[in-house]
Design a protein around this ligand. Structure first.
Ligand code: PEP
Length: 255
């Protein structure tokens, strides 16, 4: 089974939550609970928490990510953070194109592509988010939407660079709403994304490519979703702030 070629990745997305002191408490609660995980464990945290969380996760199996990155290396972009700044801090992953960035901060497919490029140039691993809105699903243009987002984001990315990228399929209607895609709905789109990778690159690249699901994944529904052939992990929002729940999802991915 091709799934065996892929190591699942469970990534927490803390969003705009946790002061550095609160982050310290959360990460120390998570560490022992995921210590024997048989999957990649990542926490993507606010910029202000990065320094502490990177230090605190040294020597553990927890990898650290940021939640966004600018496309330029430096310059007059007040309030922004560049990829070299993140790598200098020891950050390994970065979430790019999250639907909250697309919806509230004017992120477009083109800026997502530029951020992916910048992240790769600096040696960061992008967790690239794609997903349809409820309106797009109801108009039956889910696959077209996913194809456009994916193709634009990956334009200029080589097959070799693809090894450093994860795609998170996150239906916008399922994020933070408590509404999860069914196991079948999620797997269907993840399978479609894998097909796109095969078309754009090769079957070998597609077979080892990690495609996560994200959208109200929790301790109760994770096992069902993660058992599906094309779901190789999850991007977890709300549940990643609850150590026991996050650990339960990591356990489900480790089976
Ligand atoms: C997310 O932030 O990417 C996410 C999937 O959030 P939630 O799990 O809360 O729906």
């Amino acid at each position: 089974m091709n799934k065996a070629l892929r190591k699942a990745v469970i990534a927490g997305n803390w969003k705009m939550n946790k002061t550095p002191a609160e982050a310290a408490e959360l990460v120390s609660a998570i560490k022992p609970l995921v210590a024997d995980a048989d999957c990649e464990v990542v926490v993507c945290v606010p910029y202000v928490d990065l320094q502490y969380v990177v230090e605190s996760c040294k020597g553990t199996n927890i990898h650290v990510g940021a939640e966004n990155v600018h496309w330029e290396e430096s310059g007059a972009f007040t309030g922004e953070i560049s990829a070299p700044m993140l790598t200098a801090m020891g950050v390994e992953y970065v979430v790019i194109g999250h639907s909250e960035r697309r919806t509230y901060f004017g992120e477009t497919d083109d800026t997502v592509q530029m951020r992916v490029r910048a992240a790769l140039n600096a040696g960061l691993k992008p967790i690239l988010c794609v997903g349809e809105t409820l309106e797009q699903r109801e108009k039956d243009i889910t696959f077209e939407t996913i194809a456009i987002q994916t193709k634009i984001a990956l334009s200029g990315v080589s097959e070799e660079e693809l090894d450093s990228i994860i795609i998170a399929y996150e239906p916008v209607w399922a994020i933070g709403t408590g509404k999860t895609a069914t196991d079948e709905q999620a797997n269907e789109v993840n399978h479609f994304i894998r097909g796109l990778i095969a078309d754009l690159y090769s079957k070998e690249a597609a077979d080892k490519f990690v495609v996560q699901y994200g959208g109200s994944m929790n301790a109760g529904n994770a096992a069902g979703l993660l058992a599906k052939e094309d779901i190789d992990g999850g991007l977890i929002g709300g549940a990643s702030l609850k150590p026991a729940d996050f650990a339960e999802i990591v356990k489900a991915a480790s089976k």
